[in-house]
Design a protein around this ligand. Structure first.
Ligand SMILES: NC(=O)c1ccc[n+]([C@@H]2O[C@H](COP(=O)([O-])OP(=O)(O)OC[C@H]3O[C@@H](n4cnc5c(N)ncnc54)[C@H](O)[C@@H]3O)[C@@H](O)[C@H]2O)c1
Length: 279
């Protein structure tokens, strides 16, 4: 059996004491990371978390100026960073993004496929274009990224992919209707499991995080409106912890899934939602 851990009670080398201390196994020093949709919001928070844990971070976004601004912010905080403009719906562009990482660093240990869009619309009124756009960014884009990232990771025989799904991949949100978004995120969760099984014996771990409603600047602007305030009240009734996720609530889970501490974990969807999915 390959890579089987040994445990010989008679041996002098105790595997617990022989291992690197646990907090070191959460560290990402010397690792290279890529985060898509990192020009703002959750992606920016993830880029900072990976950088603070020691990784060099490539900040990718369709909004090139935002990617550049976040990369500058990271550098100002002592983190090695690279900005890349990419549209994740374009497979050639995604391949070029991985080419930039290869040219710059030669390796890619961690990839967080986080770029996403949403739309609220009743399904009977949803246009072809709305449905296609959400599926194209949220599901096709994640696949194009995983495929290109895996090519580089398979060469090294090691890599950590973390896809940003959503609790909407598990539950159906209320009161707003968002069938395209929910479907895309359910797809991301099952794509994650499928790729995890496929690449497990070649060193690549593929997991997802599923945030609940997260207080980004865009959500803050929405809940400041009367319509948004009504939605917020409705959501609070459905969240056992009675609060939204903060951006920082999501960081620990991603750092865990990006590092050596989670090397035996693959195909897992880490739900970070204050208990929403519990009922
Ligand atoms: N905010 C929430 O409540 C919440 C909850 C669960 C899951 N999520 C997921 O988290 C991820 C980030 O969400 P957010 O709230 O930070 O959103 P956001 O809109 O603030 O940020 C998304 C980023 O992705 C970029 N982007 C959009 N389309 C792209 C494309 N085609 N190619 C490259 N980049 C693109 C945008 O320019 C933007 O910078 C998304 O996948 C979203 O579905 C968000």
């Amino acid at each position: 059996m390959r890579n089987q851990p040994s445990y010989d009670p008679a041996a002098t080398a105790d595997p617990v004491l022989a291992a690197r201390p646990i907090l070191e196994r959460f560290g990402l020093t010397g690792r290279t990371a890529l985060v898509t949709g990192a020009g703002q919001g959750i992606g920016r928070a993830i880029a900072f978390a990976l950088g603070q844990a020691g990784a060099a971070v490539a900040v990718a976004d369709i909004a090139g100026a935002k990617a550049t601004a976040v990369a500058e912010e990271l550098r100002a905080h002592g983190i090695t960073a690279l900005a890349i403009q990419v549209d994740v719906t374009d497979p050639a562009g995604v391949n070029a993004m991985i080419g930039r990482v290869r040219e710059s660093w030669g390796t890619l240990t961690i990839a967080v496929n986080n770029a996403g869009v949403s739309t609220w619309e009743d399904s009977e009124k949803l246009s072809d274009e709305q449905w296609r756009r959400v599926l194209d960014v949220n599901l096709n884009g994640v696949f194009w990224c995983c495929r290109a990232e895996a090519a580089l990771m398979l060469e090294a025989g090691y890599g950590k992919i973390v896809n940003t799904a959503s609790m909407s991949g598990t539950i159906v949100n209320r009161p707003q209707n968002q069938s395209a978004y929910n479907t895309s995120k359910a797809g991301v969760i099952h794509l994650t499991r499928s790729l995890a099984a496929e690449w497990a014996d070649r060193g690549i771990r593929v997991n997802s995080i599923s945030p609940g409603y997260t207080m980004t600047r865009l959500l803050a602007e929405l809940v400041a409106t009367p319509e948004g305030k009504d939605k917020l009240d409705h959501w609070m009734d459905l969240i056992p912890m009675r609060r939204l996720c903060s951006l920082t609530d999501l960081q620990g889970g991603v750092v865990y899934l990006a590092g050596e501490a989670s090397d035996m974990v693959t195909g897992h969807d880490l739900v970070i939602d204050g208990g929403y999915c519990c009922w």
